[in-house]
Design a protein around this ligand. Structure first.
Ligand code: SF4
Ligand code: SF4
Ligand code: SF4
Length: 783
């Protein structure tokens, strides 16, 4: 039922209404949506959380010393554990979902053998607190290692012949005895003392418990094979590994070296907390293996099976390490030029943004980041945590406006363009000629009106002819530019006025040509009924002769959540005989053209890059169905058609000049405003036989095409140029170059100062020929 208006069922994001960005808690909730800083699966599965990803990155480059240093950051006795660890992390490797897990254990062993020199471990300053350790197996040595690093003085007790515990049973080719000797030398460097005990028994335990504040019992020592009961101890508690008031155990029922080391470490944490008199259990849920939430895409990656690692052959080592995906998410950064430009990811940006807003005085370094996002929502569409950078930036902009921190010039161009669209020079609200009510109200939006006024007239004529009920006309803007600028109060006032106007027309259904207008209705004016122009055209199609062309179809980003509208567009294109190719990022995942969200106003250079990037990702000629997308993408030099060009070819402007290779780039800012004014004037004259009361400054101004391009790129409107010329006429303040006769005038009507270089040519009449124009985003005061 395409003629039926859509219900506004969509739940709007109302974060800005209920919560204040400046509240740190809210920002933390945003940060948590981004999992980029979560560890990869291998690291999360490692009981000791070795940074396998950083290790692999070093190994890929053959940096053996660096790779060993990565292990040593987390691993106790790296020269030993690096050789004997049973690599439980390996079964969790993300690469296993693609082909085969990385051979993490083999690579760690290779790193230790390729760089066998033991590292210097620097302990914290000595605390002068001794801790007793019974046993000298791997768990006891780990406990000693960790406590020694923290500045304690561990005193190991073991019978002769038990130094190393079960490690001594490992064959020499797997664990050379020299590696164990080196480990003891490192322990000595950590102030670990060794005391030979004739026997490890209850008597010794009682003696040590009385003498030392805290005691560790390493059950993975042959003398303690009887377990805790043989010493009259309870089995150790989970998490804390506490067996009695000041006694902790580890190496309990361990079957692997890594488990023994893990238990020794857990006990060391508890012993440190015990000595510091803080909770033994608080915030320990991430000790030991856990499930990470880091997302890593393997889509489209080529498969490559693991190959044996021979440590003597560095090529095999590097090749296997090279299979590591260096897991990270950054799905949003991969698809968004804006996010990529700031060299980080949303969680980091959220922190920077918060800091930026918190600054009272000083440099607000993140202003450009806050101002430049187009708000296209692609990040949210690809993010497993639904992080929407655009909404966050919009909140930040609103906050900046509220606290007077928004530079006036940031959205100056977009806001003035909005003002021009809703001024009585361009805005119009009428029932159809001869009608006193409207079932529909055609709203082409400010961009189609500015870009293709002839097309607006043609489509409106078609709708009047074909719709069974009267269709009025609404020339205005939905207010998106002031919303993008963070001017919430102004946006709200505009919405209220817009809604009242629609109610005054009898609440007809809006036929919206622009998906940004639809977005505005969906999110902010749920009582307004709307339907897309494309759905109406599908049920009431024009009689256009099919043409045989093929295109890459570019969907506007505001159509991301408008599947029915996107469907209607595709069917209409098919009717026109157009063969469509869908770019990789299309439909719900479509990319921004660089115009929306105020990006073009706040960061024209980035907008240009975004437009060119999008165009380059579309094969061949491009078909757009948003006027601004068409005009933005054509900056790339590609041929970009609007779908309306094929539905109403008689009103189409060819994107390519018939006589030269010039590609029509769409009118620039100056012409858009003129176009909107002329559209109103022509429609009033043609349909309602009225003369528009235009207060136009019609002074004859001429700009060569290259000058027109220049002023457009510099976001200078024709009205700015005319205002500067008027200023010169009224004040007489201008400079004249005596050699060229050219004049230079400077005018600062607001936060931006305009400079115009011109000459007056008089043949039949005086004409202002503009040679150059530029602006500064500051008001220059004359002294
Ligand atoms: S897609 Fe982006 S925002 Fe989402 S988790 Fe990944 S890096 Fe973070
Ligand atoms: S691919 Fe590399 S970083 Fe990812 S889980 Fe496997 S070893 Fe770790
Ligand atoms: S430009 Fe679009 S995809 Fe990129 S951060 Fe902004 S809203 Fe997200």
């Amino acid at each position: 039922m395409p003629d039926q208006p859509h219900a506004n069922r969509w739940t709007p994001f109302s974060f800005h209404k209920k919560e204040r960005l400046m509240e740190q808690q809210t920002l933390r909730a945003w940060e948590q949506r981004c999992t980029q800083e979560e560890p990869p699966k291998c690291q999360a599965a490692c009981p000791l959380h070795v940074d396998v990803r950083a290790f692999m990155a070093a190994m890929q480059q053959g940096k053996w010393k660096e790779a060993r240093a990565v292990l040593a950051r987390t691993m106790p006795l790296p020269g030993v554990l690096g050789l004997v660890c049973e690599q439980p992390c390996q079964t969790s490797c993300r690469r296993a979902d693609l082909d085969e897990a990385l051979r993490i254990g083999d690579l760690e062993r290779a790193a230790i053998r390729l760089f066998p020199q033991r590292e210097a471990i620097r302990p914290l300053p000595a605390k002068n607190v001794q801790v007793a350790i019974l046993g000298a197996g791997l768990s006891a040595l780990t406990c000693a290692w960790d406590l020694g690093k923290k500045g304690y003085t561990p005193v190991l007790h073991a019978p002769a012949g038990e130094w190393g515990g079960l490690l001594r049973d490992i064959p020499e080719d797997l664990l050379p005895s020299q590696a164990l000797e080196d480990a003891f030398a490192q322990l000595a460097g950590l102030r670990v003392q060794r005391v030979e005990a004739p026997a490890l028994n209850r008597a010794l335990l009682d003696q040590l418990s009385a003498k030392f504040s805290v005691v560790y019992v390493g059950l993975d020592t042959p003398s303690l094979a009887g377990g805790p009961a043989s010493l009259g101890l309870e089995p150790p508690a989970a998490v804390t590994w506490q067996s009695a008031e000041n006694t902790f155990c580890g190496g309990f029922q361990t079957r692997t070296c890594i488990d023994a080391a893990f238990q020794g470490r857990m006990a060391a944490v508890s012993m440190d907390r015990f000595l510091q008199k803080v909770s033994l259990t608080a915030a320990r849920d991430r000790e030991g293996p856990f499930e990470t939430t880091l997302f890593t895409s393997i889509e489209g990656l080529p498969t490559q099976a693991a190959a044996p690692v021979v440590w003597q052959d560095a090529d095999t080592v590097r090749a296997e390490a090279g299979r590591c995906l260096l897991c990270e998410c950054k799905e949003c950064v991969k698809v968004c030029v804006y996010l990529e430009q700031f060299k980080g990811y949303p969680k980091k940006y959220a922190r920077e943004l918060y800091n930026n807003l918190s600054i009272i005085q000083g440099l607000r370094k993140a202003n450009t980041m806050i101002e430049s996002c187009s708000g296209c929502g692609l990040c949210e569409a690809v993010c497993p945590g639904d992080f929407h950078m655009g909404r966050l930036c919009l909140e930040a902009r609103q906050e900046m406006v509220r606290t007077n921190k928004m530079p006036g010039s940031a959205y100056d161009f977009a806001v003035r363009d909005f003002e021009a669209s809703v001024s009585d020079q361009a805005a119009l609200l009428r029932h159809a000629p001869g009608a006193d009510s409207s079932a529909y109200l055609f709203m082409p939006g400010c961009q189609l009106a500015g870009s293709s006024p002839a097309m607006v007239q043609r489509v409106y004529g078609h709708l009047r002819d074909r719709l069974p009920e009267p269709a009025g006309l609404l020339l205005s803007c939905c207010g998106a530019p002031v919303k993008w600028a963070g001017q919430q109060a102004r946006f709200d006032a505009h919405l209220q006025a817009l809604e009242q106007s629609i109610i005054a027309m009898g609440s007809p259904t809006i036929i919206a040509a622009c998906t940004t207008c639809i977005d505005t209705f969906r999110e902010h004016l749920p009582a307004v009924k709307w339907i897309s122009m494309w759905e109406i055209l599908e049920t009431h199609p024009p009689e256009a002769a099919p043409v045989n062309r093929s295109f890459s179809l570019h969907d506007p980003c505001t159509a991301r959540h408008l599947e029915p509208v996107r469907g209607a567009v595709r069917r209409l294109a098919d009717r026109c005989g157009l063969a469509l190719h869908e770019p990789r990022l299309s439909g719900e995942l479509t990319e921004c053209c660089g115009f929306g969200g105020g990006m073009e106003s706040a960061n024209p250079a980035l907008a240009d890059t975004v437009a060119r990037t999008r165009a380059s990702r579309c094969e061949g000629d491009i078909l757009a169905w948003c006027a601004m997308c068409r005009d933005s993408l054509s900056r790339s030099g590609k041929t970009v058609h609007h779908l309306l060009d094929f539905l109403f070819p008689e009103a189409a402007e060819a994107p390519v000049c018939a006589t030269c290779s010039y590609i029509r780039r769409g009118p620039g800012g100056p012409d858009r405003q003129e176009n909107r004014r002329r559209l109103k004037r022509d429609l009033l004259a043609e349909l309602w036989q009225e003369r528009a009361a235009m207060h136009e400054d019609t002074s004859p101004v001429q700009l060569a095409p290259e000058v027109r391009d220049m002023v457009d790129q510099r976001r200078i409107l024709l009205s700015d140029i005319r205002a500067a010329l008027r200023h010169a006429r009224e004040t007489g303040r201008e400079l004249t170059n005596q050699e060229t006769g050219r004049r230079l005038v400077c005018h600062a009507p607001g936060t931006v100062t305009y400079w115009v270089e011109y000459s007056i040519e008089t043949t039949h009449m005086a004409v202002y020929r503009i040679h150059r124009a530029w602006s500064h985003r500051m008001a220059i005061s004359e002294v």
